[in-house]
Design a protein around this ligand. Structure first.
Ligand code: MRU
Length: 340
């Protein structure tokens, strides 16, 4: 199974996702600043992977310090810098908090290094395990010979291994339950066309790439059994932030009576947030819309609006698949039950 992030001897190696599918480029970091830049520029992306990378980033903030140096200031600077990278993925803040808890409990640089590394590896391992469990729970929800729709990239590249929504695709394919995946290109960064297509080709899973605006006509003309999407931030009432276009996909799925499943680990649920209106939505640079990957489509002087995520209201979501079970509406109760 592909893992886009690897720790070895004080160096963090990540697969640069802005170079895929054209080139497989691995980047190596010895300092947290490089990890923060990689997250901000989406070389490392996908909510669970952002959390994993940030955790290793905090390990790097103390790993190469001289033995007599107080780690307090470097750790705090790295914590603040990593927290500023991408605002929507709640996994980032959850991972940073877990690392901070470890930091508070430790005395002595040597012990601190080992304890932080152990926690980062635990976060990494837990995310991959969660994906495998969600994969099999989600596959159980699908009929045989299923045709499903997905958006963005929620695979091994986004999670550290296996995937959330794409983990369900993988699991369903492995047991012979899946016949076809319709894959939205996912403008403007094209995570569907570039990354998910790359992953599915490696696995030999059948798919058709569709432009984002074809989704209504796809539902109107093809039999579709389910929509499977990931999430960056789920509020206590079930409102879910995910890649821009997910809300459109949900609204049209409901219009055509297609089940709409969110697949996300509990690290993506924010039980302290009552509703989706409180989720911070990242707005990225307009150049991503005007000239994606350096190819200008709009005339000189054109302006763009570029929200990276949208919020799907809970009422459009059929169920939320987590590693701790499938949650059904009313989500206030089912999510509340998980965190009591
Ligand atoms: O902007 P990105 O590429 O980081 O957005 C990723 C998504 O929206 C995914 O659907 C989400 O993070 C879940 S990934 C398992």
């Amino acid at each position: 199974m592909l893992s886009p992030i690897q720790w070895k001897d004080g160096v963090l190696a990540v697969l640069d996702q802005t170079e895929l599918p054209w080139h497989e480029v691995w980047l190596s970091f010895r300092e947290w600043e490089g990890v923060a830049e990689a997250i901000r520029s989406m070389r490392v992306r996908g909510a669970p992977l952002i959390g994993i990378a940030a955790a290793y980033g905090l390990v790097l903030s103390v790993w190469h310090l001289p033995q007599d140096r107080d780690p307090e200031a470097p750790f705090r600077t790295a914590f603040a810098g990593l927290a500023r990278t991408r605002p929507t993925a709640v996994n980032l803040f959850r991972a940073l908090e877990r690392m901070h808890d470890v930091f508070r409990r430790q005395r002595g640089l040597e012990g601190l290094r080992e304890a932080l590394l152990a926690e980062a590896e635990r976060i990494h391992h837990e995310e991959v395990e969660a994906c495998r469990t969600m994969g099999s729970l989600g596959a159980d929800l699908l009929p045989s010979a299923a045709k499903v729709v997905t958006i963005c990239n929620t695979g091994a590249l986004a999670t550290g291994g296996y995937g959330t929504a794409l983990g369900v695709v993988r699991a369903a394919w492995e047991v012979g339950k899946l016949s076809l995946v319709y894959l939205l290109e996912t403008r403007p960064r094209l995570q569907g066309a570039r990354l998910t297509a790359w992953e599915l080709l490696q696995e030999g899973i059948s798919f058709r790439l569709v432009v984002d605006s074809a989704i209504g006509w796809l539902f109107a003309t093809e039999p579709i059994d389910a929509v499977l999407v990931g999430a960056d931030h789920i509020a206590r009432n079930g409102d879910t932030a995910n890649k821009i276009g997910t809300y459109t996909l949900a609204a049209l799925a409901v219009r055509h009576r297609v089940p709409f499943y969110v697949v996300a680990p509990t690290s993506t649920i924010d039980p302290r947030l009552p509703a989706g209106s409180g989720i911070p939505i990242e707005e990225r640079d307009e150049s991503e819309v005007i000239s994606p990957y350096g190819m200008r489509f709009a005339p000189e002087g054109a302006r763009a609006w570029n929200p990276a995520f949208d919020v799907t209201p809970a009422e459009l979501i059929t169920a939320i698949v987590t590693e701790r079970g499938v949650l059904w509406p009313p989500y206030g109760e089912s999510i509340g039950g998980l965190f009591e």
